[in-house]
Design a protein around this ligand. Structure first.
Ligand code: GAP
Length: 515
């Protein structure tokens, strides 16, 4: 646990030191759970967004994109159920005065038990080596059986109190489990209350005429209300999808874990409209497709797992999370939801407008069912960034900090250095920059010894360093160094573009989804 916390602290300080993420309004001591993306962060974020957009929109001839407004007619949120049901159960500790999400307290408690199981498994694995059989161990080891039973009982009770909105039962669960305040250890809790997460604001010049509106808590509703416009103008045939990326806002109670849980964040969502009755198949297809997208980035299949929901949201008939192994354990990265026809039907009802599709093959109209894929861009950023940050022991006994970002996502693809700041070397280096910048983000650096410049680029995540030396003036060649292997090769300046492209090209990476 302490190791995990250390790693997380490193992630936070590295993100700041290397110009990835800053606390918002830092000179005023920041605004809780709101962050700014800095010069490198904005590039990484854009590259993740583009990677998603290419995979979802460009690679599917039946998916189109839109960019709906953040502010929407307030009835949207009545219809979607957010005004009445977009709540989190909160609980206060009377001694520490700290506020928590009741479900998160229980989930964290359950995760600790799970980690004990994992430890037992790891120990046994070491002891028995190749002969170890995890399934058998889980079925026979008394400690594991007892702990798994406890996890199952907690999960069942958590699902029940959430399902039945049993707030007294929720508090009792926390008391029964002996959960203390994470900050103070105190078990002196208030009752559990529901808290609406939407940020409200007002439209209108004067207080009397002002209309209450909301900052959207999800981008999805902008897609639902445009469903028929897009279907008609794009002459889309079911099944088809509408994708969107954009800001969403939630007044989160538990504002912690850096950019994992923010009050202002960005979502990348796609609603896939299907014939009623086919939603289960599409739900399975999209679960598989989205996992392949994640795996294509090469961050280790062991770092992902599915979590099927015990408690379904008011709109869903099936839902799963893709969880990622963050520095603080496995947590939700993306949701895949079979949303039924709930949203379109609700908008029909509240707007009085038909939102139906005429199916020529069936010769009838119906309200389509929807399978949604929804991923937080900031959360994906954290997954990529934290997974890439590594300390490496080198052969000469020193260590290096390296940010092994998937090359396709790296903010800068190459850095170009003149070996010295004279003898015409800067001019050659700048000429290389002039040529490469049409294709890639490239960085020029002439300060400090080359070894130091390499280390700076390793830590910033740049996949290639290119050094111009005196021989370059004669042979039009340079040394190219690879961030991950640290291998160096002498190559022709005229070959640089192709060498870099081979490693950073989106096509090469997305093709891995087909493997
Ligand atoms: N339209 C469905 C929807 O919004 P969700 O599970 O509430 O579903 C989808 O959110 C994704 O948005 C999550 O998997 C997560 O990646 C991201 N997300 C949700 N709340 C967030 C927050 N407060 N900060 C950062 N990302 C968040």
């Amino acid at each position: 646990m302490a190791k995990q916390e250390d790693q997380f602290k490193k992630v936070l300080s590295h993100a700041k030191e290397y110009g990835y993420v800053f606390q918002s309004s830092e000179i005023y001591d920041g605004l809780s759970a709101v962050y700014d993306y800095a010069q490198n962060g904005v590039e990484l974020k854009k590259n993740i967004r583009d990677y998603w957009w290419k995979a979802m929109v460009q690679m599917h001839d039946n998916i189109v994109g839109i960019d709906a407004a953040i502010l929407m007619h307030p009835t949207t949120w009545k219809a979607s159920g957010h005004v009445d049901a977009f709540n989190d159960p909160l609980i206060d500790n009377k001694d520490s005065k700290k506020r928590y999400r009741a479900d998160v307290l229980v989930e964290d408690f359950r995760e600790k038990i799970n980690q004990k199981i994992q430890k037992d498994i790891e120990k046994a694995q070491k002891r028995f080596g190749d002969a170890f059989n995890e399934e058998e161990f889980r079925a026979t080891n008394q400690n594991v059986i007892r702990r798994q039973k406890q996890i199952d009982e907690i999960s069942a009770e958590l699902a029940r109190v959430q399902e039945e909105n049993d707030l007294a039962g929720f508090k009792q669960l926390i008391v029964d489990l002996g959960i203390g305040c994470p900050a103070s250890g105190s078990k002196n809790w208030t009752e559990v209350k529901q808290f609406n997460l939407m940020f409200g604001t007002q439209i209108g010049a004067s207080a009397e005429n002002a209309t209450q509106v909301y900052l959207r808590p999800e981008t999805a509703q902008g897609i639902f209300v445009n469903f028929l416009n897009v279907q008609k103008t794009g002459r889309m045939k079911i099944p088809f999808g509408i994708a969107q990326t954009g800001k969403a806002f939630r007044n989160e109670i538990v504002a912690r874990q850096f950019i994992f849980r923010m009050r202002e964040f960005e979502q990348m969502e796609m609603q896939f409209f299907v014939k009623p009755g086919t939603q289960k198949e599409w739900y399975t297809t999209w679960k598989e497709t989205r996992l392949k997208w994640h795996l294509s980035l090469g961050m280790g299949s062991e770092n992902y797992r599915f979590h099927d929901h015990d408690k379904l949201a008011h709109y869903a008939d099936a839902a799963a999370d893709i969880e990622f192994n963050f520095p603080f354990g496995f947590k939700e990265l993306e949701g895949i939801h079979s949303r039924t026809d709930f949203d379109l039907k609700a908008h029909e009802e509240f707007s009085g407008k038909k939102l139906q599709y005429f199916d020529h093959e069936e010769n009838k109209s119906y309200v389509p069912y929807v399978v949604e894929t929804s991923i937080g861009l900031d959360r994906m950023f954290l997954a990529v960034f934290s997974n890439s940050l590594q300390e490496e022991e080198l052969e000469n006994g020193t260590t290096r900090t390296v940010l092994k970002l998937p090359a396709v996502l790296a903010p800068f693809k190459a850095a170009v250095f003149p070996l010295v700041k004279k003898d015409g070397l800067p001019e050659v280096a700048k000429k290389i920059i002039e040529d490469l910048k049409w294709d890639f983000n490239v960085f020029y650096d002439e300060k400090d010894a080359v070894g130091k410049r390499y280390r700076r680029q390793d830590a910033a995540g740049t996949p290639f360093c290119i050094t111009v030396d005196h021989d370059s003036l004669e042979d039009n060649s340079v040394t190219i160094r690879h961030r991950d292997t640290m291998d160096q090769k002498r190559v022709k300046i005229s070959d640089l573009r192709d060498i870099i492209k081979a490693e950073v090209d989106v096509k090469t990476w997305l093709k891995k989804m087909e493997a």
